[in-house]
Design a protein around this ligand. Structure first.
Ligand SMILES: Cc1ncc(COP(=O)(O)O)c(C=O)c1O
Length: 380
């Protein structure tokens, strides 16, 4: 049984998350990685590979695709052929490759705010137009505004980039929601890029993730799925992701877009990812329980404070907090001054929100919450 309460200092490890506040008394709850140590099987796989001592150019090791395919089959009943997999050093790399591969000059790419900021940034600004169709909230749950989507699609629309489960709102989309989007994309001959990096982080036991390509078989020839074990098993610094593209013509175009630009995946990244999918199931189950308990704590504590609404989430370890009632111009900056470093909702497209990464030992989270309470007390 993993003890996620153990605090591991990340100071002096050049951690992006912690070094932002290197010489300041600010606890970081921003960028999406976790403050937990690796699952034991991953640590062991890395140590064994390091012991070998030679690190030349490396292709996907034997068993790599099989580990991913078995995971997708067991978790999502999705049958994937090994030939459909394209190994990548990052998910954002795959978003950028998709824009370059599938869009001509002047084409439109649809994205739906609020959304992870690289969805706004991965196209070529002088060649492609980003069309923003905001999500809507129905009964407190963020989802697609289908009438607005229908109005936004036209002859110039070539790509729709979606995030499922969704960062930052935490929505896990239903098959019906995915199928409505797929039907619209099919009608307009639009390619769907489905970033499913958070798919193994469903913390709501009532929710189930459905890969877009599996839920929408009629559209499967026009879907690029991008996944990684990086968020779930906390190996984002190692850089191993993959795209799954059934249609060979699409796959060829996608790969061409990365030629001479995108580096090969590193040997340690492959080993860690293979061990994660193959032997990391028990650790993940324990992690999900810990994250769900952290989120419950956060909702109870912050929900009792004036001016903050912690919205319900079904997946991810990112709380999406509506701070509209505080009426501040810079909520993130206010809490940062009081020692709590969160992400501003502005970068996702909603300035009145803050995003809080709760993937840390409970004691760190408690300290963050206490600082937030103290910060709000200064307003009274
Ligand atoms: C939706 C989403 N896509 C991609 C990434 C980053 O992926 P990578 O580091 O593999 O480029 C993140 C990281 O937070 C994310 O939330």
């Amino acid at each position: 049984m993993t003890d996620f309460d153990v605090v591991t200092s990340r100071k002096s490890t050049a951690s992006l998350k912690w070094d932002k506040y290197r010489d300041q008394d600010v606890l970081p709850f921003w960028v999406a990685d976790m403050d937990f140590k690796l699952a034991e099987p991953i640590q062991r796989a890395l140590e064994e590979r390091v012991a070998h001592g030679v690190f030349g150019y490396t292709i996907a090791p034997d068993g790599m695709s099989e580990a991913v395919i078995a995971h997708l089959s067991n978790e999502y009943q999705w049958d994937v052929d090994p030939n459909w997999i394209v190994w990548l050093p990052g998910v954002v790399t795959g978003l950028a490759m998709s824009c370059r591969a599938f869009c001509n000059d002047g084409d439109d790419i649809v994205v739906n705010p609020p959304i992870y900021h690289h969805f706004y940034d991965s196209h070529e600004e002088d060649r492609h137009n980003i069309v923003r169709v905001p999500l809507c909230k129905i009964d407190g749950r963020w989802t697609y505004d289908m009438p607005a989507m229908e109005s936004a699609f036209n002859d110039k629309t070539k790509l729709m980039m979606m995030c499922s489960p969704h960062n930052p709102t935490g929505t896990v989309f239903t098959p019906a929601e995915l199928q409505s989007l797929a039907a619209l994309c099919k009608k307009h001959n639009v390619i769907m890029v489905s970033d499913e990096i958070h798919c193994d982080l469903v913390i709501d036991k009532q929710a189930t993730h459905y890969p877009t390509a599996a839920a929408c078989p009629d559209m499967a020839d026009n879907i690029v799925t991008i996944m990684s074990g990086s968020k779930t098993w906390n190996i984002a610094g190692l850089n191993c992701s993959f795209a799954i593209i059934k249609n060979q013509a699409l796959r060829d175009k996608f790969q061409m877009a990365g030629q001479s630009i995108v580096p090969m995946v590193a040997p340690l990244a492959y080993e860690a990812t293979m061990a994660a999918y193959r032997d990391g199931g028990e650790w993940r189950a324990e992690l999900l329980d810990y994250l769900a308990a952290n989120f419950d704590y956060l909702r109870t504590e912050l929900g009792a404070l004036p001016g903050l609404k912690v919205e319900p989430i079904q997946a991810t370890y990112l709380a999406w907090v509506d701070a509209t009632e505080l009426g501040m111009d810079d909520t993130q900056g206010f809490f940062e001054k009081h020692g709590v470093g969160m992400s501003s909702g502005e970068q996702f497209g909603h300035a009145q929100y803050i995003r809080l990464n709760f993937a840390c030992p409970r004691s760190t989270l408690v300290e963050g919450v206490e600082r937030m309470k103290a910060a709000l007390a200064t307003l009274a």
